[in-house]
Design a protein around this ligand. Structure first.
Ligand code: FES
Length: 121
């Protein structure tokens, strides 16, 4: 499977993003919680540049043992990418939609070897 050079490892630290072009489309490569991931920079909703969106931790509601609402908090274990067009959220580690399991980002394999990062296309 063909590989495209992305960057040297030190250029893509935690939270950093790099974009490459392939077959007329853009692929966003990022390091999320220590792991490299790559997604087609096209949102499954209406085609927005999802990989350019902000990253925030998942927001969860807090319900106590009496089933009473206690507010909301960030989940530090799960990071979301928020599409800049209409706000759909995706798990940054897997590409799965946070709102509807039938949607996900198109994912590519990422290889890191000898201090360099490649995406398989
Ligand atoms: S195009 Fe991404 S949320 Fe609409």
């Amino acid at each position: 499977m063909p590989e495209i050079f992305v960057a040297r490892s030190e250029q893509l630290g935690e939270g950093a993003r790099q974009f490459i072009e392939h077959a007329g489309q853009q692929i966003g490569v990022m390091r999320v919680q220590g792991r490299l991931v790559a997604y087609l920079n096209v949102c499954p909703h209406q085609g927005g540049p999802v990989c350019e969106g902000m990253m925030i931790h998942r927001v969860e509601e807090v319900i106590d043992e009496d089933r009473c609402y206690q507010g909301m908090r960030f989940d530090p274990q799960t990071l979301h990418i928020v599409c800049p067009w209409h706000g759909w959220e995706f798990d940054a580690a897997t590409g799965a939609s946070a709102g509807d399991g039938q949607w996900s980002l198109r994912r590519f394999e990422v290889l890191e070897r000898a201090g360099e990062i490649y995406v398989q296309v």
